[in-house]
Ligand binder design. Structure first.
Ligand SMILES: [Zn+2]
Length: 259
């Protein structure tokens, strides 16, 4: 017996995140060509992805800003490893839920005090053991009005790049920003006294960044209504711990059974 006449076309599967591995000793010209070829292939795959998803009627939009990406790796910095560590920690705690080929969340650190540049996780990046510095992107300049981003990397920066940029611009003391999704924190936002955005706004938009800034003065951890959380801190440990501590408080409360 054969099954035929499938009423709906199959939904295209999201592309699995690919990584570029760069060996320790490699001729600079070879590396440059490798990186350029990788980027060209990624771009082709992303276009095919978008076309397939548009054909299936899905509202996939990817990044929502114009990107000027110079191929290269992020500058060496001990905080790159720290950033990756926090990504894995968030993954382990379920704070950046996985989807095929990516994680619902993005983490960054500011390069230098008073500066606009920051290093952020790439879009469609999985926060697992395979994560390397090639999954990080250095954002050098953001024009929020034009919706334009200039960056150095081998991947596109996170779709929430505008949100990170807005927080760094508004809070000079913030040197790390972490965003993730947690039903637990959303459900307990009121009890924890966390500032919440007034309404749900589309991800990756300038409106979302503005909605967060409107309430962010009330505390370092902000709940984005219907979406997730975003926290800022003096460094990655401060921003990451602020979130983990809140989750632990909720869990402790749940275990103790008392408010
Ligand atoms: Zn999100």
């Amino acid at each position: 017996m054969s099954i035929r006449g499938n009423k709906y076309p199959p939904k295209p599967k999201p592309r699995q995140g690919r990584r570029l591995y760069i060996p320790g000793h490699v001729d600079p010209d070879v590396m440059r060509e490798t990186v350029l070829a990788f980027l060209a292939e990624e771009r082709r795959a992303a276009e095919a992805d978008r076309a397939a998803q548009a054909a299936a009627g899905e509202a996939y939009a990817g990044i929502k800003f114009d990107l000027d990406l110079a191929p290269g790796l992020v500058p060496p910095d001990p905080r790159n490893a720290e950033l990756i560590r926090w990504c894995r920690r968030f993954d382990a705690r379920g704070l950046t839920p996985r989807y095929p080929g990516g994680a619902h969340g993005n983490l960054s650190y500011r390069r230098a005090p008073g500066g606009a540049a920051f290093v952020i996780t790439a879009t469609q990046c999985t926060f697992d053991r395979d994560m390397t510095e090639a999954d990080l992107v250095c954002v050098e300049a953001v024009d929020p009005v034009a919706g334009a981003v200039r960056a150095v990397g081998v991947r596109a920066p996170s779709s929430e790049t505008l949100l990170h940029a807005a927080l760094y611009a508004a809070f000079p003391g913030a040197h790390a920003v972490v965003h993730g999704h947690s039903d637990l924190l959303l459900a307990h936002a009121g009890a924890l006294g966390l500032p919440c955005t007034a309404r749900e706004v589309p991800y990756g938009s300038r409106e979302l960044a503005e909605a967060v800034l409107a309430v962010a003065g009330a505390g370092p951890v902000v709940i984005m209504t219907g979406h997730g959380f975003v926290a800022r801190g003096a460094d990655l440990d401060a921003a990451g711990r602020a979130v983990v501590d809140l989750v632990d408080r909720v869990l402790g409360r749940a275990k103790g059974g008392r408010a």
